[in-house]
Design a protein around this ligand. Structure first.
Ligand code: ATP
Ligand code: MG
Length: 569
């Protein structure tokens, strides 16, 4: 391929709306262009990388014994009503109606479609185990699409769905997928960690996420200093705090707190640490609003809250009007004292004494509040995210460290969640009707491209791991339009190297060498050859490795054999 025939759409300026390096570099390298929020076109350079990621995923899925299928992107509402997710999924599901007023959605995932497909195709245990996958564009109306294709609304996913006759069968495929995922990410040059995860709206009992650890990652990951425990913070149970509350000493006092909006404002004004105050969050519940109490320095874990019987899922906060009608004050002054709605307190809240909370009166708070003495102790639960330094829930010895990760894959044991509600059964070896046991396995193929850049770049641009590189090798000729010799050698090398199986980009633009070097570095081609009169006089071309920056002269006669070693063909 020659740059004169290729849309090399590199840009010098860093785009102002790109916050993280992979997004900046994907725009600057001319890989993607934004069409609308979270919706991108892939230019030829970007698509080459995406296709490489896709082909590694496909090869390893095929090798694992999974079979490729392709299901429709547009899915009828009835299927989602059957599984119960038409209500549960919330606004991330893009819903629309056709000309006959029939409701549809654009698939954010395909459990419903595969279950209905396979309930018709699988009749006997003899057809099992079976695992089906597809590589296909999904749409999720993400509340905050950002970071380019890292969190897009439209994105390419590999999703697989397994079927077997019993839990053991399901677990076996799960293990195979676990290993397959390790192989896929290793082959792609990504350093990933498998972490224990929550199963979210997809459902089921067990799940693991595969994360690339990176500071720009959106997911906090807890790692134990003592044992192997690694989990998404949203899935980490908190340890301790269930003990009886200590006795307080201070009298209950009402204090004026004008103009405060947050717990930090309150504690700043009262000169108390945030950990001595409680925040009261009013959320919507199945029988009306519910108050959730958290320590001021703790964050609500929405997944844990949604699992509370009284709380509606997906979790939503009560509107201001509702808060006023139940508390007689705005959200900043709500507190549990005298509140007549159900109250659930995080365990850590119950071990506080002499704490601060809203007074249910505009611009007033209470200090010196104590359970038992001033108000009855509410029901306790685990409602919050763990924080750095807390005890590991697994070994109960090590301390948790919090790092950030980019989720590139997610595997679930679904059990019978979909097969039961959608009646996917088959006959077992005794001829009895049995519900199928399912698993599902996702990989964010387009996200992998961004994650690889986050993990591997320098100040000059992208450094592709070989399996993802858009081209193996670039040739930068010096003075191709002036020197016949250079032009001849480049043409010959182009033919020979292409015939030898190298994926080659020849920069035949009439540009200064510095501009061409900078572009080849920016787009991250792993190996570069410079063909110029001076080195040709020595019978050599100059070779440079993008990752190490090391360069050397290679005699033209040895070029192919040398490059085979360097490129790893
Ligand atoms: P996240 O927590 O990042 O929203 P998820 O748990 O919703 O991810 P899954 O439903 O497990 O994601 O989807 C499978 C894979 O698809 C994820 O592991 C991730 O790599 C990818 N993915 C999910 N949402 C997006 C998105 N908005 N943009 C790009 N990739 C995504
Ligand atoms: Mg999501």
């Amino acid at each position: 391929m020659r740059t004169s025939q290729f849309l090399l759409a590199t840009v010098k300026e860093t785009p102002s709306d790109a916050e993280i390096i992979s997004h900046q570099l994907m725009i600057r390298a001319g890989m993607i262009r934004k069409l609308a929020a979270g919706i991108y076109s892939w230019l030829p350079l970007g698509l080459r990388v995406l296709r490489k990621a896709e082909s590694v995923v496909r090869e390893e899925m095929d090798r694992s014994g999974a079979q490729e299928v392709l299901m429709p992107s547009i899915q009828p509402a009835e299927l989602w009503q059957e599984s119960g997710r038409w209500e549960d999924y919330g606004p991330e599901l893009l819903r629309f109606t056709d000309r006959h007023e029939r409701e549809f959605c654009y698939g954010p995932t395909h459990e419903e479609v595969i279950t209905t497909l396979m309930r018709n195709e699988i009749q006997s245990y003899r057809q099992l185990p079976a695992n089906f996958y597809q590589i296909q564009w999904k749409f999720r109306d993400e509340i905050r699409p950002r970071f380019g294709v890292m969190r897009g609304r439209e994105f390419l996913m590999k999703d697989a769905y397994s079927f077997d006759i019993d839990p053991e069968g399901m677990q076996k495929i799960y293990q195979v997928m676990h290993q397959t995922y390790h192989r896929i990410f290793t082959r792609l040059g990504l350093e990933t960690r498998a972490v224990t995860a929550d199963s979210g709206t997809i459902g089921g009992s067990h799940s693991h996420e595969f994360h690339v650890l990176a500071d720009s990652g959106e997911d906090p990951i807890a790692l134990c200093s003592n044992c192997d425990y690694t989990a998404n913070v949203e899935a980490v149970p908190t340890v301790g705090g269930e003990g009886a509350p200590p006795e307080g000493e201070n009298p209950l006092t009402k204090v004026h707190t004008p103009g405060v909006k947050t717990i930090d404002d309150v504690c700043g004004q009262l000169k108390l640490p945030a950990g001595s105050a409680i925040k009261t969050l009013v959320v919507n519940g199945i029988d009306g609003p519910v108050a959730l109490l958290l320590r001021g320095d703790h964050d609500l874990n929405t997944i844990k809250a949604e699992k509370m019987e009284l709380v509606s899922a997906p979790l939503t906060f009560a509107d201001l009007k509702t808060i006023h009608s139940i508390a007689g004050a705005g959200a900043g002054s709500v507190g549990p004292l005298g509140l007549s709605i159900p109250i659930i307190a995080d365990h850590a809240v119950l071990s506080l004494a002499d704490f601060v909370c809203g007074a249910n009166e505009e611009a007033f708070h209470l200090t010196g509040v104590n359970w038992g003495r001033d108000l009855p102790q509410p029901k306790g639960a685990d409602l919050r995210n763990v924080i750095e330094g807390e005890l590991c829930p697994e070994c109960r010895e090590g301390k948790l460290q919090i790092r950030r990760g980019i989720e590139v894959g997610h595997i679930f044991q679904l059990g019978t969640k979909y097969s039961e509600s959608m009646e996917a059964t088959c006959l077992n070896d005794e001829g009895k009707i049995t519900t199928l046991w399912m698993g599902c396995y996702g990989i964010g193929v387009s996200r992998i491209v961004a994650a690889a850049i986050e993990q591997s770049h320098d100040e000059n641009g992208i450094i592709w791991p070989a399996p993802l590189a858009p081209f193996d090798l670039s040739i930068v000729p010096i003075g191709i339009n002036k020197s016949k010799k250079v032009a001849q050698v480049v043409s010959r090398l182009e033919k020979e190297l292409t015939a030898a199986g190298f994926d080659l980009l020849v920069d035949d633009r009439n540009e200064r060498p510095g501009v061409m070097f900078a572009d080849m570095d920016l787009i991250g081609i792993p190996h570069r050859l410079v063909v110029g009169e001076r080195s040709l006089e020595r019978g050599c071309v100059e070779y440079r490795n993008r990752r190490t920056g090391e360069s050397e002269d290679i005699p033209t006669g040895e070029l192919i054999s040398e490059l085979k070693i360097k490129v790893g063909h």
